[in-house]
Write a protein that binds this ligand. Structure first.
Ligand code: CP3
Length: 342
């Protein structure tokens, strides 16, 4: 098995910088679009054989050093009683978003090994398929991001409902995030038992919070997850978007590796995070939409900032965008390997 990704998670020296891409499976790939003609996103996630095939598409096509489980952050919503669907061109839509303390109380108890057993089955099948190839990353959402989706009911630019709830109903907010924290901790342990070799916790919306609000309303719940996983020996990546202002606090919540976006230069981010953690990132995904010379120059700059220090995993600052040419992604992975080879 190519082990440079797991070695970098442990900040051990590597022969070249490991690389993988968030959303490396998805609409930019023709093979994925072809499958989506026949199945909805939720159908793909619910059927292990299909989810396995989609997970493997980028592993076969691109020289990546890790596979990421094909699933979605919001799958735990359905067993909780938060029915949702993906609306074409708009993203997720929750039927009855949480808007009151009573809505928090009506959430159902979830046993992830039963309710999300199909995801765990996908992981078990994937480990067989990936044998001798690359490690498998499992994932879940941080409590703040999950709570924000549950309250907004879909995408938002202001997070007005979420913040209004947080400030007006702090007890119900903490109960809601506490529910997500214990559910995700349990679900991540189940993913690890099923064979996930690393875990990434996505706090995609945490960057919307001020520093004091992150500390009060999000950090304790995220920390619960990292503490619950600390005895597993499996590396955990903690990723936030637009989180430069709260980066120190985000890293204090936990994570062996901190995932950062492009807004802060990687070397500055690493200084904030501290040399005792790894770092993942941080090329702007829109670079893949521009010409190759600009893409390679930007990738070189990321590698220069990492300075060859152990513990850097090359990734984008957020997911691959639809419309990205597959060729560019392939070239980028090869370029990162070639340029960083010792
Ligand atoms: O390759 C991979 O990275 C693994 C698969 C993966 C998906 N979702 C599949 C998916 C992962 C890791 C996720 C995580 C996820 N899901 C996050 C956190 C990461 C982030 O982007 O910040 C979030 C916020 C979600 C919720 C979600 N799922 C949204 C907001 C959307 C709509 C936006 C969009 O890109 O269309 C989705 C849909 C989704 N999940 C797609 C994929 C490949 C889109 C493809 C489709 O509609 O077929």
């Amino acid at each position: 098995m190519k082990d440079r990704f797991l070695r970098a998670c442990r900040r051990e020296p590597v022969d070249m910088t490991p690389v993988w891409f968030m959303r490396q499976a998805g609409r930019y790939m023709a093979e994925y679009r072809a499958l989506r003609e026949r199945y909805s996103l939720l159908e793909i996630c619910a059927q292990p054989e299909i989810a396995v095939a989609v997970t493997l598409q980028p592993v076969d096509a691109i020289d990546v050093d890790a596979a990421i489980l094909f699933s979605d952050l919001l799958l735990p919503f359905t067993p909780l009683g938060l029915d949702f669907d993906f609306v074409k061109g708009e993203g997720p839509s929750v039927e009855r978003p949480i808007r009151s303390a009573a809505d928090v109380e009506r959430l159902r108890e979830v046993e992830p090994r039963e309710a999300l057993g199909h995801v765990l089955e996908t992981i078990r099948l994937l480990r067989r398929e990936l044998e001798g190839r690359v490690p498998l990353v499992g994932f879940g959402g941080a409590p703040f991001t999950l709570a924000a989706y549950a309250i907004e009911g879909g995408p938002s630019t202001t997070y007005a409902h979420t913040k209004a709830f947080m400030y007006s109903e702090p007890q119900a907010w903490h109960r809601l995030c506490g529910r997500f924290a214990s559910l995700i901790a349990d679900y991540m342990r189940a993913q690890i038992e099923a064979g996930a070799q690393a875990i990434q916790i996505f706090d995609s919306w945490a960057g919307a919070l001020s520093r004091p609000d992150y500390r009060e309303f999000a950090l304790p719940h995220s920390r619960h997850i990292f503490e619950a996983l600390s005895d597993t020996g499996v590396p955990v990546i903690h990723f936030g978007v637009g989180a430069a202002a709260i980066l120190r606090d985000l890293s204090l919540a936990g994570g062996d590796v901190i995932g950062v976006d492009w807004r802060l230069p990687l070397d500055e981010a690493w200084e904030v995070i501290g040399a005792d953690r790894g770092i993942q990132g941080n090329l702007d995904p829109t670079r893949l939409l521009g010409p190759a010379d600009g893409l390679f120059a930007a990738a070189t700059e990321v590698l220069r900032q990492a300075g060859g220090r152990p513990g850097h995993i090359f990734n984008l600052g957020h997911g691959v965008l639809p419309g990205t040419p597959l060729e560019r992604v392939q070239e980028l992975a090869r370029y990162v390997h070639r340029t960083s080879a010792s």
